[in-house]
Design a protein around this ligand. Structure first.
Ligand SMILES: [Zn+2]
Length: 455
C-alpha cells in the first residue's frame, strides 16, 4: 500500500541525472517504491496523500556536511563582525558554549534543524561541538530529520570539555553506542581538530571510526593558522602530519581544508578523505578562500566533496541553495572561467556527491527506487519563478534559495508541509530562545551592543 505520492518535475540525480518533466515518486514504508510519470502513478494509487504538483520541482533532500547545532545559535548576530576570528571564538563562542545547559543544547539544535529542514536540508553532519549529545539527538528526532552527531573531542588546551585522551575516547564511544548506524540519528566520532588534539587522539579517533563503520570529522586549515601550528608541532604541513599518523581515509571528513599545498591535495585525493566546503564562512571571516581555495580542483581530481553551512558566526544562514550558488559563482570567478562548474555541479554537491562524501550514497542523495524517501518539494508558482525555466537546475540554483521549499519528506514522513513543521510547535520557541540568550550572555559576562548609536 503506497503511503505517499510526491509529484513535480523530478531532478532525480540518478546516474544519468534523469529529469521527469511531469513525474512522481511513490513512497512506501519510508522507501522510494517507484519513480515515473505522474499520471501513471496517480492512476495506480488514486487515494493516497499527494504532495507537490505539476508546478513544483522535486529534488532529493539536501546534505549539510558541516553544521554547528549548539552554541552560536542562541547568540546569533550578537558577536561583532569587526574582531579577529580567534577573539570571536575564544572570548564569545567558547564561554557561551560552556554556559549551555542540556536544555539550551536541545533548544539551539531544534531551532537550527527547523531552519535547515525549512530550507531543504534533510541530512546534517554535526560539526563536533556538542556538550549534551543525547539532547541534540532528541532535537533531531523531534524535528524528524536525519543526521550524524558526536560530542566535544579535544585533549589539549584549556577549553571547556577538554579531557584526557582516554576520557575523550570514552565519551565518543558512548555516543556511538547510544546512536547506532542505520538509524535516523547516527553516532560519529567528532573532534574539534585544528591543533587541539594530540596525535594519539587523532589516531585513536580514526581507528574507532574505521572499526565502527562510522565517520570521523574535525576542522582543519580554514585559515593559514593550522599550518603554522603544525610546523611548530612536527615540522610538517597539517594534512601530511595527519596522513603519517593514520588519521586520513574514507571514514574521515575534514571540514574546510582551504589552505593546502600540492602534497596535501594529493594526499586527500589518494586516501579518499572527504572535505566539507563552507564558502560563506570563509568569506564572512575573511579567511582567504578566493586566493587559496582548491576545492574545485580537488573535486575535479575525483576528491569527495560536500557543502556545509557551518555556524551562525560564520555562514550564518542555514540555507543550502545559497551555499551552492556561492560555490558555483566562486568557482567561476576564481578560475576566470565561466564555462567551469555551474549550477548542475553545485546541485550534485548538495545531493548525490554530498551523500557520497559522507558515506551515505547507498541510502540517500538521489531519487531512485529502493532508496530512503528524503524528498524536497520546491514551489515555483511565485512571481520570482515565473515563467518556469526549461532547465529547473538553472532556476533552482541561480534564482532560488530556501524560500522556495514548501514540503519536505524525511524517511517517508512529511515533516514540513506548506512551509510549516508538522512536528514541532513554534509557538513557545521564540520566547524560550530570547530568555536563553539573555541568560547565556549574562553567564558568559558578555554584553553585545550595536556598533551604531541607539536612541
Ligand atoms: Zn565548524
Amino acid at each position: 500500500m503506497t503511503d505517499l505520492i510526491v509529484a513535480g518535475t523530478l531532478l532525480t540525480m540518478d546516474p544519468d541525472r534523469t529529469i521527469w518533466s511531469d513525474g512522481a515518486v511513490a513512497v512506501i514504508n519510508g522507501r522510494i517504491e517507484r519513480v515515473g510519470r505522474r499520471a501513471d502513478l496517480l492512476e495506480d494509487h488514486p487515494d493516497v496523500q499527494l504532495l507537490g504538483g505539476p508546478d513544483c520541482v522535486v529534488t532529493p533532500g539536501f546534505v549539510n556536511a558541516h553544521q554547528h547545532l549548539t552554541g552560536d545559535r542562541l547568540i546569533r548576530s550578537c558577536i561583532p563582525d569587526d574582531i579577529p576570528t580567534t577573539t570571536a571564538i575564544f572570548d564569545w563562542v567558547v564561554p557561551v558554549h560552556a554556559a549551555h545547559t542540556g536544555d539550551d543544547d536541545e533548544l539551539s539544535a531544534t531551532l537550527s534543524l527547523l531552519e535547515a529542514v525549512g530550507n531543504g536540508i534533510t541530512t546534517t553532519i554535526e560539526a563536533g561541538t556538542v556538550a549534551h549529545p543525547d539532547r541534540v539527538a532528541a532535537a533531531f528526532r523531534a524535528v524528524g530529520v536525519r543526521g550524524c552527531i558526536g560530542t566535544w573531542g579535544w585533549d589539549s588546551g584549556e577549553g571547556p570539555f577538554s579531557l584526557p585522551t582516554r576520557e575523550v575516547m570514552a565519551r565518543q564511544r558512548s555516543v556511538l553506542d547510544a546512536n547506532p548506524s542505520g538509524g535516523l540519528v547516527e553516532g560519529w566520532v567528532t573532534l574539534v581538530g585544528h591543533d587541539l588534539a594530540s596525535d594519539q587522539l587523532f589516531a585513536e579517533a580514526a581507528d574507532l571510526a574505521r572499526a565502527s563503520g562510522t565517520g570521523l570529522t574535525f576542522h582543519m586549515s580554514p585559515s593559514a593558522d593550522d599550518a603554522v601550528a603544525f610546523a611548530e608541532r612536527s615540522g610538517k604541513r597539517p594534512i601530511r602530519h595527519l596522513a603519517d599518523i593514520g588519521a586520513l581515509g574514507p571514514q574521515t571528513l575534514i571540514a574546510h581544508a582551504v589552505h593546502l599545498d600540492d602534497d596535501e591535495v594529493d594526499l586527500l585525493v589518494e586516501t579518499r578523505t572527504a572535505v566539507a566546503y563552507c564558502p560563506w564562512a570563509y568569506l564572512r571571516l575573511g579567511q582567504g578562500v578566493t586566493a587559496s581555495g582548491r576545492h574545485i580542483e580537488f573535486l575535479a581530481r575525483g576528491g569527495r566533496l560536500a557543502l556545509g553551512c557551518d555556524t551562525e558566526n560564520a555562514g550564518d544562514a542555514i540555507d543550502p541553495l545559497r551555499v551552492a550558488a556561492l560555490t558555483a559563482g566562486l568557482a567561476r570567478d576564481m578560475s576566470s572561467d565561466p564555462l567551469t562548474f555551474g549550477a548542475h555541479a553545485a546541485l550534485e554537491l548538495l545531493t548525490i556527491r554530498g551523500a557520497e562524501a559522507i558515506g551515505m550514497d547507498d541510502r540517500i542523495g538521489s531519487i531512485e527506487t529502493g532508496k530512503i524517501a528524503d524528498l524536497v518539494v520546491h514551489d515555483l508558482n511565485g512571481i520570482g519563478s515565473t515563467p518556469n525555466a526549461v532547465d529547473p537546475a538553472l532556476q533552482l540554483l541561480w534564482t532560488g534559495d530556501g524560500r522556495s521549499v514548501r514540503d519536505v519528506v524525511v524517511d517517508g514522513v512529511p515533516v514540513v508541509l506548506n512551509h510549516e513543521s508538522t512536528r514541532v510547535d513554534h509557538t513557545n520557541l521564540v520566547a524560550e530562545a530570547v530568555a536563553s540568550q539573555r541568560r547565556l550572555l549574562d553567564q558568559a559576562g558578555l554584553s553585545p551592543t550595536p556598533r551604531w548609536p541607539v536612541r
